[in-house]
Design a protein around this ligand. Structure first.
Ligand SMILES: [Zn+2]
Length: 232
């Protein structure tokens, strides 16, 4: 036998030996247990995050008191199937920054209303067809565009700061310029809300201390019909 042939035979014998060893190793491995349920990937977000963000997903420490998801509102009727606080992404992120700035001072934001779908605006209008209280659905409000919020400030115990009137109080006492309150803290509390929100790009309106809208650039300012999922 030539030396080359001998080497080839040895290599072939080695490979066959290795393969047989592998077979033995596989045979010794216990069978993989097949479980009844296969884990399903559940996405964290059930909406298009390029178009909307839910504030509760961004920061669960923001207090939610979404009044139109209950009968505790000025129309005394539940207007949303469930309460969720959506905003256009940039506006939502800026609101979280506002909340964090307040947290550093021992406070937190509490949300009364956020994005309001046009069909809900129509329902509100059908109930109260008065432009002094409800925006015309065909014209829309900043809430219908996903850039406006109704909100207040709570302290570390979750107690609302005194803002002089309840939410959705329609009268001069709710105006930003009204100052004749018995409690001198009211003006300071409103100033804290206004000053902090302004810093992060939100503007107020004259007649409602609780209403602010984001004035920066967002993905869209169109009036929206998006209805959120209540299944989760
Ligand atoms: Zn509002």
């Amino acid at each position: 036998m030539k030396i080359q042939t001998f080497i080839l035979c040895c290599m072939a014998a080695f490979i066959v030996n290795c393969q047989s060893n592998q077979k033995e190793t596989i045979a010794e491995t216990p069978p993989i247990e097949v479980k009844d349920t296969i884990p399903v990937h559940v996405p964290k977000f059930d909406y298009d995050t390029t178009k909307w963000l839910d504030l509760a997903d961004l920061d669960p420490t923001i207090v939610m008191d979404l009044r139109y998801a209950t009968a505790n509102n000025f129309v005394e009727e539940k207007m949303y199937e469930c309460g969720r606080c959506f905003m256009r992404p940039k506006a939502a992120r800026k609101l979280v920054e506002t909340h964090k700035a307040l947290q550093e001072q021992g406070f937190a934001l509490k949300m009364y209303d956020c994005y309001r779908p046009r069909p809900v605006q129509q329902k509100l209008w059908d109930k109260v067809p008065n432009p002094n209280y409800v925006a015309r659905p065909w014209k829309g409000s900043e809430h219908n565009k996903g850039v406006a919020v109704d909100l207040t400030i709570v302290d570390k115990d979750g107690k609302e700061l005194d803002m002089g009137t309840p939410y959705d109080f329609f009268g001069k006492e709710a105006h930003q310029t009204y100052t004749k309150f018995d409690n001198p803290e009211v003006v300071k509390n409103r100033q804290l809300l206004r000053r902090t929100l302004r810093k992060y790009g939100f503007k107020h309106i004259r007649t409602e201390w609780w209403h602010y809208s984001y004035k920066g650039k967002v993905v869209s300012r169109a009036i929206s019909d998006m209805l959120w999922n209540c299944e989760n």
